[in-house]
Design a protein around this ligand. Structure first.
Ligand SMILES: [Fe+2]
Length: 129
C-alpha cells in the first residue's frame, strides 16, 4: 500500500480527533522506505503511545455520549494495540516484514476511520467538544 493521502472524506467532524488521526497517518507514512531497525522501532513505539492516548480520548467521548458501538470500538482498538506491540518485536529492517507491517497499519487505520469511526460522526456532531 502506498502512503495514505488525507482527504476530507476521512474527517469524523471533531477537530481534535481529526488532528490525532492525521498525526497517526503521518507516523505510518513516515515508515515507508525506512528500513533502519532503530528508527522503525522508535516510530512504532511512538505510534503505539500516541494511539493509546487517542483511543482513550475517543472512547471517553463515546462513553459520555452513550454511543452504542463503544464495545466494538474498544475491541478494535485493543486489537490494534496488540498488533503494534507485536510489530515492535519484529525485524523491521527485513523488507518483507517491513512491508507487511506498514501495509497492515495503513489498511487498518484507513478502514477503521472510514468504517468504524465514521459511525460516531453523527452522534458526536450533535455536541460541542
Ligand atoms: Fe476508533
Amino acid at each position: 500500500m502506498s502512503v495514505i493521502k488525507w482527504t476530507d472524506s476521512y474527517s469524523v467532524g471533531v477537530a481534535v480527533l481529526d488532528e490525532q488521526h492525521k498525526n497517526l497517518v503521518l507516523m505510518i507514512n513516515s515508515m515507508h522506505g525506512t528500513y533502519d531497525q532503530g528508527i522503525m522501532f522508535d516510530v512504532v513505539m511512538k505510534m503505539f503511545n500516541y494511539a493509546a492516548e487517542h483511543f482513550h480520548l475517543e472512547e471517553s467521548l463515546l462513553r459520555k455520549r452513550s454511543f452504542t458501538g463503544l464495545d466494538r470500538q474498544i475491541r478494535e482498538h485493543k486489537m490494534f494495540m496488540r498488533k503494534a506491540s507485536e510489530f515492535a518485536g519484529k525485524d523491521l529492517s527485513d523488507p518483507v516484514t517491513h512491508t507487511q507491517v506498514v501495509t497492515f497499519l495503513s489498511e487498518w487505520l484507513v478502514h477503521h476511520i472510514l468504517h468504524e469511526d465514521m459511525q460516531y460522526r453523527e452522534i458526536l456532531a450533535l455536541y460541542e467538544i
